[in-house]
Design a binder for this molecule. Structure first.
Ligand code: ZN
Length: 256
């Protein structure tokens, strides 16, 4: 197995941490440095990558990590949590419940319902609940340097994984519509390259098309295989698309 990870500065006080395992790109992690400490966003994809992620950001900023935001419950965003067990874990109320039910050892200590703000020195980081990708999905925003960390609310340059059983496509679409009014220049997606607002617009277009095509397939009783796939991204994982289509079909069938 070959693991390749690296840190890439975005602005003065933010970074993205990328990982590839056997040439396959994995989930992203990120970090924001305030005056006295670092806030990590997701622990990196694996239990064995997380200690390196932490070491890299602490060396880069010459500060300790004080908080870790876990954006949602998926394994590639939670397996590395142990490397941050001495920090304060942040997450939504739904994430706390989910992780507790799954018997996870390290649970969020600061739990928020809609919004949480952490201030230090001359700046602050805002955390918000979104839902959408999963019922527990949250994101972080650093207004001072216009950087937003979306977790898996955004799959940049690829067809998104929108087939989780707790996913809510309508909530996801409204989230994208709302977030486009926020002042940000850089987006750290859960997967894929660092990007900007244009990518959010593109993915919103995809979810809207997928919803319309699903409603059409339901009306015509074609089953999920009859849903026309939006041709927005070249990079599509076949099983991800199939499971997402099935989920959309079931989700919108139930709503009728
Ligand atoms: Zn996910």
């Amino acid at each position: 197995m070959s693991v390749d990870s690296y840190i890439k500065p975005i602005t003065d006080r933010t970074v993205i941490w990328k990982t590839t395992i056997d040439d396959r790109p994995q989930s992203n992690a990120g970090a924001i440095a305030l005056g006295d400490y670092i806030i990590a966003i997701d622990p990196s994809p694996e239990a064995y990558t997380a200690p390196n992620f932490r070491k890299d950001i602490e060396e880069h900023f010459k500060l300790p990590v004080k908080y870790l935001l876990v954006t949602h419950y998926h394994g590639d965003h939670t397996r590395g949590v142990e490397a941050f067990k001495d920090t304060i874990i942040l997450g939504s109320k739904q994430l706390y419940k989910k992780m507790k039910n799954e018997g996870k050892q390290f649970l969020p200590e600061i739990i928020f319902q809609d919004k949480l703000i952490i201030k230090n020195a001359d700046s602050s980081v805002e955390f918000y609940y979104a839902g959408g990708h999963t019922a527990c999905s949250t994101y972080a925003y650093f207004p001072k340097e216009k950087v937003i960390f979306l977790g898996d609310l955004l799959f940049a340059d690829e067809f998104p994984w929108a087939g989780d059983k707790t996913s809510n496509p309508d909530q996801w679409i409204s989230f994208f519509e709302k977030i486009l009014d926020v002042d940000f220049a850089y987006v750290v997606p859960g997967h894929g390259p660092l990007c900007g607002k244009e990518e959010v617009r593109k993915q919103l277009k995809l979810l809207n098309e997928l919803r319309d095509n699903t409603l059409k397939a339901i009306a015509e009783k074609t089953g999920p295989t009859g849903i026309k796939k939006p041709l927005i991204y070249e990079l599509t994982n076949k099983s991800r698309v199939t499971r997402t289509m099935q989920f959309f079909y079931d989700f919108y069938s139930k709503m009728k």
